[in-house]
Design a protein around this ligand. Structure first.
Ligand code: PAF
Length: 280
């Protein structure tokens, strides 16, 4: 695996690969890799000649400094995992290379950036879009791969790419889950044993909500039931459970087949999110 820490060196390498007509798949990450990320790498490897994975913990998408400070950093293990699945290129730039001076351009996304994750993490999506735009310009991939676990992020990236005419096709890959249903996430590494068991409440709540919807129960009542479920367990906190249209997340679904359930909250200090398409 080729490893690059500088934009200029990566660009020089990739342009030599592009002249021999190699297709490029790109998997942007913040490291602390798990099987969910490896599924993205494997999908990219199947569909492209060369796969580039980036590891960069992007400071501009963290509204909480503690969250940034505590974000797990496991570069050695990440490198081993990437090698084990045959990733061809790893790009791990420094903060100074990506942000040589404080960025002044802000991207905004209307209602999409103010609901759910945007409401609880103000500025988060502007930061995500800023770094994704930079990385897409640097790598210029044919395909870029994102996990469905960050469903709202996926919608932001799709909006970015379509409104600004990026020449890349965005691929989404279904959420990978642990055997008990917990969505794989780098943040799970921060859970202790008890918290790890409690964390399955997010997936259980999504399944409960889906079942109650199929029984014709109103969504307001379902939100109350899920809140009550969270209140039975000390140390867990529900931030939101919402239902939205898969197409844009900003409107209520007309029929349940168009709907996605989204949930977020805390187990101890660790913030977790999950979602479930009602067609799943
Ligand atoms: O999903 C992530 O890991 C990050 O938000 C991303 C897309 C790599 C941007 O920093």
């Amino acid at each position: 695996m080729e490893i690059f820490t500088e934009i200029t060196a990566l660009r020089a390498f990739l342009s030599s690969q592009k002249t021999s007509n190699k297709s490029i798949g790109f998997v942007p990450t913040m490291g602390a890799l798990h099987d969910g990320h490896l599924t993205l790498i494997k999908a990219s490897k199947q569909q492209n000649d060369l796969t580039v994975c980036s590891i960069f913990v992007n400071p501009t998408q963290f509204n909480n400094p503690n969250d940034l400070a505590n974000y797990p950093k496991t570069l050695e293990q990440d490198t081993r995992l990437l090698r084990s699945v045959g990733c061809e290129v790893l790009f791990c730039p420094s903060k100074e290379d990506i942000y040589p001076h404080p960025p002044v351009i802000r991207l905004s996304f209307g209602d999409l950036e103010h609901i759910m994750e945007g409401k609880f993490r103000p500025g988060h999506f502007s930061g995500v879009a800023q770094v994704v735009a930079k990385l897409l310009h640097i790598v210029e991939p044919d395909h870029a791969y994102f996990g469905q676990k960050d469903f709202q992020q996926l919608k932001i990236v799709e909006t970015l790419v379509s409104e600004l005419n990026f020449n890349v096709s965005i691929k989404h890959i279904p959420t990978q889950r642990e055997p008990d249903g917990l969505a794989m996430s780098s943040r799970n590494m921060r859970l202790n044993q008890t918290q790890r068991q409690q964390a399955v409440i997010f997936y259980k709540s999504l399944l409960l909500a889906k079942k109650r919807l199929s029984e014709g129960v109103s969504f307001d009542k379902i939100q109350e039931e899920v809140l009550a479920l969270f209140e039975t367990q000390p140390g867990v906190k529900l931030e939101y459970l919402e239902i939205a249209d898969v197409a844009n997340l900003t409107s209520k679904p007309r029929v349940t087949a168009d709907a996605v359930l989204l949930i977020a909250g805390y187990v101890g200090e660790v913030r977790l999110i999950d979602n479930l398409l009602l067609t799943e």
